[in-house]
Design a protein around this ligand. Structure first.
Ligand SMILES: [Mn+2]
Length: 490
């Protein structure tokens, strides 16, 4: 709710001392707030006193503290400014939902309840750094902010925490944003410097125990979302915008269990599955098609899963769909089998691609032998899978993306790393190099993998992934739907 005709939205918004901008008031055309001093005095009075409860530090507070200590040790004597970021305008006086920068969240433990414009400052001290979190404290009831500012006023967006509450909650010293120095405010308004962004990315490559637990929770929530989809799939079959129904089933679960989706859900039925980032999701879901669903729940802590399953809408794969599906699964299983500390990240991709090359060669799709196809300058099989097999996963779906190549693609696996394994095969409907019965089939299987001390754990293994498991997952709903339809006809 942003446009209310009767409640007093103040023309005072732009002139409010707590409003950071001197732009023309975007509410001016709708404002009906009484601006008189008499009204201000009246609305400022008659409120019960607040009883602020100071919370004990949240679970992740000590983990965030040790991450700050790690950053401090990497930057001795350097003054560091890490901003949460600001609200982004969608249009006029409406804004996109706020999401703090992941590096800020990693260092503070503040996730979906972060305050826009907050800034973490690390000031060099005798030993390490002193950390202070600056944010805009809520205004008192004697200010017009609380009733007249639709972006940050508590009348509009709900209760906001005090400095003392956040200090207790995060185990961090807090100060009001107005006390941030002009130099730090300037630094906070510019993107993180290259070295700092890179180093923070690299520090996040290995997850701590709390982060690994968050990943498990994000994946468990995502599994519920996929089960919701499997349950409703038969009733969606034939709907002209069935992909949207799949997307919204997952979104409902994501909002219930967490902050939302970690990225735009891909719900790609039939040949849409061959469009790698299909997020329009406005297509029909038809019996006989496969539907490829790539989705992840982001928790309130901002940790996200990233899972893909490809499901036969009818509950049964056709023989050619099953062949393609099991070829992709063979690639995924082969890649997973090599994961352990000490191997290079890029070996995972190479292992999956060797299987993709063999399978596509066996189907007669390659103009050369497997041995020739896998030469770096050839790569014929990559026509059918142009994306990578793995990316790191955590606070960001493409986590740690500022890390240097030698730490990421050429990096060596360590226990605590979490990444995806997501091979696929995509036969475009108009690709004349593949037999006609393959055209329009797209399959991806994506799991979230944790490197352990001795090998790896597939954190998403509980979500059905073999062709048999997937069929057994969808069939009860298909059968129930068929029985209901039969009953209705009688
Ligand atoms: Mn992915």
């Amino acid at each position: 709710m942003t446009g209310n005709e009767t409640s007093p939205t103040a023309s005072a918004t732009a002139s409010s001392s707590t409003t950071p901008s001197a732009e023309p008031d975007p509410n001016a055309n709708r404002s009906t707030t009484p601006g008189s001093e008499r009204f201000r005095d009246y609305i400022a009075s008659g409120w019960a006193p607040r009883e602020d409860v100071i919370p004990a530090p949240r679970e992740q507070a000590p983990f965030a503290a040790s991450r700050r200590a790690k950053l401090s040790a990497a930057y001795p004597g350097t003054h560091l400014v890490i901003p949460a970021g600001e609200l982004k305008q969608r249009s006029n006086d409406t804004e996109y939902p706020f999401r703090a920068h992941s590096a800020f969240t990693w260092l503070t433990g503040w996730g979906s309840d972060s305050e826009p414009d907050a800034v973490l400052v690390l000031e060099p001290a005798t030993y390490g750094h002193d950390a202070t979190l600056y944010f805009r404290e809520r205004a008192g009831r004697d200010s017009d902010e609380f009733y007249a500012n639709s972006s940050i006023g508590e009348f509009w967006i709900g209760p906001r925490p005090s400095l003392a509450q956040v200090a207790g909650d995060l185990g961090l010293a807090t100060r009001d944003l107005s006390e941030l120095s002009p130099e730090d405010a300037l630094a906070a308004a510019t993107p993180l410097g290259d070295d700092l962004a890179r180093d923070l990315s690299e520090m996040r490559l290995v997850k701590d125990a709390w982060e690994i637990d968050q990943m498990r929770q994000a994946i468990a929530a995502t599994a519920l979302g996929f089960s919701d989809i499997a349950r409703v799939l038969p009733s969606i079959a034939g709907n002209h915008r069935g992909e949207r129904l799949v997307e919204s089933a997952f979104s409902s679960r994501a909002r219930l269990e967490g902050n939302g989706v970690g990225y735009d859900t891909i719900a790609a039925s039939g040949a849409h599955a061959c469009i790698l980032h299909w997020t329009d999701n406005d297509g029909t879901v038809s019996n006989g098609d496969l539907i490829l669903i790539d989705a992840g729940v982001e928790l309130d802590s901002y940790y996200t899963a990233d899972i893909t399953r490809t499901i036969p809408v009818s509950g049964t794969f056709t023989p050619v769909q099953r062949d393609v599906y099991e070829a992709v699964r063979a690639a995924a299983d082969a890649a997973f089998a090599i994961v352990k500390p000490g191997i290079q990240f890029k070996d995972i991709h190479a292992t999956a691609m060797a299987v993709i090359a063999e399978k596509t060669a066996a189907w007669g799709m390659l103009p050369v032998s497997v041995e020739e196809a896998i030469l770096p300058d050839n790569q014929h099989h990559r026509r059918y899978m142009v994306h990578g097999t793995s990316h790191h996963l955590g606070l960001d779906v493409h986590d740690c993306s500022q890390a240097r190549r030698e730490m990421y693609m050429d990096g060596v696996l360590e226990p605590g790393m979490v990444f995806t394994i997501e091979p696929g095969l995509y036969f475009q409907p108009d690709d004349l190099t593949v037999p006609a019965e393959f055209r329009g089939i797209g399959v991806r299987i994506e799991d979230d993998i944790l490197v352990t001390a001795t090998g790896a754990e597939n954190l998403s293994a509980a979500i059905p992934r073999t062709a048999d498991e997937v069929e057994a997952w969808v069939r009860p709903a298909t059968a129930a739907r068929a029985a209901a339809l039969k009953k209705n006809r009688r």
